[in-house]
Ligand binder design. Structure first.
Ligand code: ADP
Length: 472
């Protein structure tokens, strides 16, 4: 709850990083709400109220009969409402031409207006009886209006809590002004005023608490409703994302499988023919050697195609919610089966609150296993591998696999992720290419950091959601 409030305050002040939000509504919903609530209801309603208010303040002087009699205070109030009128006029023009205005600007205007409205209402409350003012009921309406126009639960609760505190402040200020005024006008002894004030403080205390509770209850209800709406929306978007990913992966998988399958047949024929030729030219060592090279290359191509088909099969799998620490543990077990490298120590360092990834388990497993296998092979039997995972503020998961092996020469680094690049005798050169491919397929990326002689670290960043990365 406090975390949400902090987030809300950050966003209200415009400090939320571009991607630093877990789930939010998209711009379309926000614009729709501005169009309907602000432009359709609030602007016309405020226009009428403001005309009446300005008439009462400047023409009829109706307020003068109410509380807050100091002349300076009245001047301040009048000036404030002139500014308030001008700001609202500007905002109304902006809302009417909102199709030409950026969402971010509209967002700031809506937040500022919500706060300004609360200040204006508090000022009127102060002038019309403080805690006893009939305008208290308008605060309830204001809270509902804020809930209807601000679709971000955290911002909404911040704005509404501010409105509640303005009501309290207006009431308290009214009390102070009244007490001072009584002292000044009546000039009576402190005791009498003290009694009077004590009476004033005691009598409406219960009523005030009730009123405040009602305001807070309304704020909490609106917040709860927004959280529920957010949750439902998240489920809908997640379902869409599941379906989209499934389709994308199936399509890519089908193509890869088809190509691999088509190429395997001619390769088999080339291999058979080469075998026959090899037997026929047994006596000619030079030709036999050339044919042997052909067969070796055919075998290598076949291995690559087999990997590709395996990969294609993966694309037939299901999209699911993958917990990164769990998947990393599995990959460590796969890359370091018991007894394979007793001299290598594997350290795990998983941060808190790592969001789940949406995708096919096999794709993520391939990324992690390939990196861990490379680290194991680079260490050649002794050393340390560290696997760490953490959540970034951009709602991504950063996975780091590092080793204290020989490291990678600077000249080799640009070629590392190229398919078929390998420095190993029996390597296919596909491991890192697949790592990059899989990471990019999910909107992520991979980078390498290495100091020759000290080790290498591969850092994979994967967005916890792709379709849902909202723009604001
Ligand atoms: P393969 O493992 O089949 O060679 P990869 O694409 O997985 O294919 O790796 C390409 C090359 O990157 C490797 O041959 C190796 O030279 C280098 N490499 C990968 N990981 C490491 C590592 N942790 N330390 C040093 N070199 C590495």
């Amino acid at each position: 709850m406090f975390k949400r409030l902090r987030q809300g305050l950050k966003r209200l002040l415009g400090k939320g990083g571009e991607g630093a939000k877990p789930l939010q509504v998209d711009d379309g919903v926000f614009l729709q709400r501005i169009r309907f609530v602000e432009r359709g209801v609030a602007v016309p309603a405020k226009a009428i109220l403001l005309v009446v208010l300005l008439y009462l303040l400047f023409v009829s002087h109706w307020f003068v009969n109410l509380t807050m009699p100091q002349e300076e205070a009245w001047n301040i109030l009048r000036t404030f409402f002139l500014v308030y009128f001008a700001v609202n006029l500007g905002a109304s023009i902006l809302f009417w031409g909102m199709d030409q205005v950026g969402v971010r600007v509209l967002q700031r205007v809506v937040y500022s207006l919500a706060i300004l409205d609360a200040v204006a209402l508090a000022a009127l409350t102060l002038a019309t009886g403080g805690y006893d003012s009939i305008l208290y009921w308008v605060f309830l309406g204001l809270i509902i209006r804020n809930a209807a126009v601000v679709p971000y639960a955290e911002v909404q609760i911040m704005v509404n809590l501010l409105a509640c505190s303005f009501y309290v402040a207006a009431g308290a200020l009214e009390r102070v002004l009244k007490t001072t005024d009584m002292e000044l006008i009546e000039g009576i002894g402190r005791g009498a005023v003290g009694e009077n004030s004590a009476e004033m403080g005691r009598e409406p205390a219960e009523q005030l608490i009730l009123r405040l509770m009602l305001l807070l209850l309304m704020t909490a209800c609106c917040y709860g409703l927004q959280v529920l709406l957010d949750r439902r929306r998240r489920e809908e978007i997640e379902a869409q994302e599941f379906e989209l990913k499934q389709h994308q992966l199936e399509a890519a998988g089908r193509l890869a499988a088809e190509i691999a399958h088509q190429l395997k047949n001619p390769l088999g024929i080339i291999n058979n023919v080469a075998y026959s030729v090899q037997r026929a030219v047994r006596d000619n060592a030079a030709v036999a050697q050339q044919v042997a090279i052909i067969r070796e290359e055919v075998a290598r191509s076949d291995r690559i195609l087999t990997e590709l088909m395996g990969y294609a099969q993966l694309a037939e799998g299901k999209v699911e919610r993958v917990q990164v620490p769990e998947e990393l543990d599995r990959a460590v077990e796969a890359a370091f089966p018991p007894g394979i490298a007793p001299g290598i120590r594997v350290r795990r360092d998983y941060g808190p609150a790592i969001p789940a990834l949406l995708g096919q388990r096999g794709h993520f497993a391939e990324i992690f296993t390939n990196l861990l296998t490379n680290a194991r092979e680079a260490l050649g039997g002794t050393g340390e591998v560290t696997v760490s995972a953490r959540a970034t503020p951009e709602y991504e998961v950063e996975i780091r696999v590092s080793d204290n092996g020989p490291g990678i020469p600077a000249g080799t680094i640009p070629r590392l992720f190229e398919a078929y690049f390998t420095t190993k005798e029996k390597g296919t050169g596909l491991g890192l290419a697949i790592v990059r491919h899989n990471a990019e397929m999910y909107g992520g990326n991979v980078r390498v950091e290495s100091t020759l002689g000290k080790g290498a670290a591969f850092v994979v960043t994967l967005p916890a959601r792709s379709v849902m990365r909202m723009r604001r």
